[in-house]
Write a new protein. Structure first.
Lengths: 152, 152
DNA sequence: TTTATTATTGATAATCATTATCTACAACTA
DNA sequence: TAGTTGTAGATAATGATTATCAATAATAAA
């Protein structure tokens, strides 16, 4: 199921379609294409980036359509929303809380779910703060490997 | 300097005024009052909350003034911006990266800087991902101590 | 103290992301 | 195959934030 730190997009694709059908939603050509993109969520796109990518194939598609389907999939727990500075990005490949690394030079968003010790953090918070953690959003800003050389 | 998990607001107040003066900024009555609030940053307010609080004392103060001074203090590194879902909150008391706990029931924002093991995370990221961390924003969502009882 | 310089002010327009509204259309079901 | 109803696109509305600009006031210089 997991290929190279990424869940098999085909699996995610089918899973999302099933979830939409089960909740009484309908499958349209636009949704198929959007869910295809979200299944991989290459680069953790935001709504506008998804819109631009889909517009090539579907020139009449509307931004509202993107937002509506994203809201639907968020409610179903099939898409993770990443809240950045006045800008929401989406991950339909791994729709559960996990860390992200954002390069402040090239602005790319990387997955950081190789990092262990998150579970320890949750536990420490419950113990020290008496706070019951249900989800988290962990974002680390800095320089990715490529940009470290470009900048120096 | 540190009182009860909080930096002495008086210290922060003076520090921010000094920074503004040093950068060629001017001290006005509105700024004095805003900086007084930011020095404590009780509850991690957003711009609108600061505006509402200041309006009692200064009925003619403008939201734009709040935003402009916040931008100035951010640039000087004297205020930390916390990017939440389409909503920025501010911490002028501890203007450096530290974890926050947000209760999904009462929406309060708590400081989580008692948590150790953050430094370990940074190091693990540098080693495993070859990513050079410069700052972070760590937010944990869940139920605070009080709300755990209310909800159950 | 007075004056000159110029940063700051409030009002408001502009922008940007996101959400809501509404009618025509099309996906699914019986 | 037709009826039901969720979805589409267009666009208005919203909410947070930023930009603009002339009047004002804080500071520095005389």
């Amino acid at each position: 199921m997991i290929i190279n730190n990424k869940i098999d997009p085909e699996f995610r694709y089918k899973k999302m379609l099933t979830k939409i059908r089960e909740s009484g939603g309908r499958i349209t050509s636009h949704r198929l294409a959007l869910i295809r993109l979200l299944a991989a969520s290459e680069g953790h796109p935001n709504a506008t980036q998804l819109y631009e990518a889909l517009r090539r194939q579907f020139p009449t598609i509307s931004l509202a359509t993107i937002y509506k389907t994203l809201a639907l999939l968020k409610d179903e727990g099939e898409v993770l929303e990443i809240d950045l500075h006045n800008d929401s990005h989406y991950d339909g490949n791994k729709p559960y809380s996990h860390p992200h690394l954002i390069c402040t030079h090239c602005n790319r968003i990387f997955d950081g779910d190789i990092i262990s010790g998150i579970q320890n953090l949750n536990q420490e918070i419950e113990e020290k703060c008496n706070f019951q953690v249900s989800r988290h959003q962990l974002v680390f800003y800095g320089l990715c490997e490529e940009c470290q050389q470009k900048v120096s």
